[in-house]
Design a protein around this ligand. Structure first.
Ligand code: ITT
Length: 195
């Protein structure tokens, strides 16, 4: 069956493609000629994931899912959290966001942080949610060139390299997104008629 991943973030598509079973034909927004900016105005990850999937379902009538992800930093009272994409302001780059985090965390001993992903799946008009998270710490400088977003300054618990120093396969073994997508994939596989 066809399933649209409602994201404008190409890195996310690259990450999850290997995690989705072959019987699912994963489509991007451009595959369905959706080139609009999808609104993301809610104040929770769940709300934003749901808003993104509903936007695509309502306009295009296709089975789809969306992911909303946030990086919560304990010493910053959970910031940037649900506002992770635009932490440094409207139209900012990954680099701008990283610089703002490093500045706000300068001299802070508590480096604890957590990535959380919430997926909203809309299948035949019914909504299902899947969640994944990973704990870690915020580094004091950027390490590595892989991945995207905050990956160069996030080191997952139990590792001594950043997400940006990992291969896609390594990140996919432990990441917030992989955990949520694996739950989605297991659910799709278990559907009785296999759709
Ligand atoms: P879509 O809404 O189109 O899916 P987005 O980039 O706006 O793409 P999110 O709102 O879910 O995605 O993510 C917010 C930001 O969090 C994102 O722009 C990245 O900076 C960061 N982020 C998300 N997933 C990440 C990951 O796996 N590693 C590092 N940073 C990540």
């Amino acid at each position: 069956m066809d399933l649209v991943f409602a994201t404008n973030n190409q890195h996310k598509i690259k990450e999850i493609r290997p995690l989705i079973i072959d019987s699912i034909n994963l489509l991007s927004l451009s595959d369905i000629n959706c080139f609009e900016e999808i609104p993301e105005t809610q104040h929770t990850l769940k709300g934003n994931a749901s808003q993104k999937s509903h936007f695509v379902f309502d306009k295009f009538g296709v089975n789809c899912f969306a992911d909303d992800t946030g990086l919560e930093i304990e010493a910053l009272n959970g910031d940037p959290g649900v506002y992770s994409a635009r932490y440094a302001g409207e139209g900012c780059s990954f680099q701008d966001n990283i610089e703002k985090v490093l500045l706000n965390m300068d001299g802070n001993i508590n480096r604890k942080a957590k990535f959380t992903t919430v997926i909203s799946l809309l299948l035949d008009g019914k909504e299902y949610f899947f969640e994944g998270f990973v704990n870690g710490i915020i580094l004091t400088e950027k390490l590595g060139k892989e991945g995207f977003g905050y990956d160069p300054i996030f080191m997952p618990e139990g590792y001594n390299i950043s997400f940006a120093e990992m291969t896609l396969e390594e990140k996919n073994k432990i990441s917030h997104r992989a955990m949520a997508v694996n739950k989605l994939a297991a659910f799709l596989n278990l559907k009785p008629d296999n759709m």
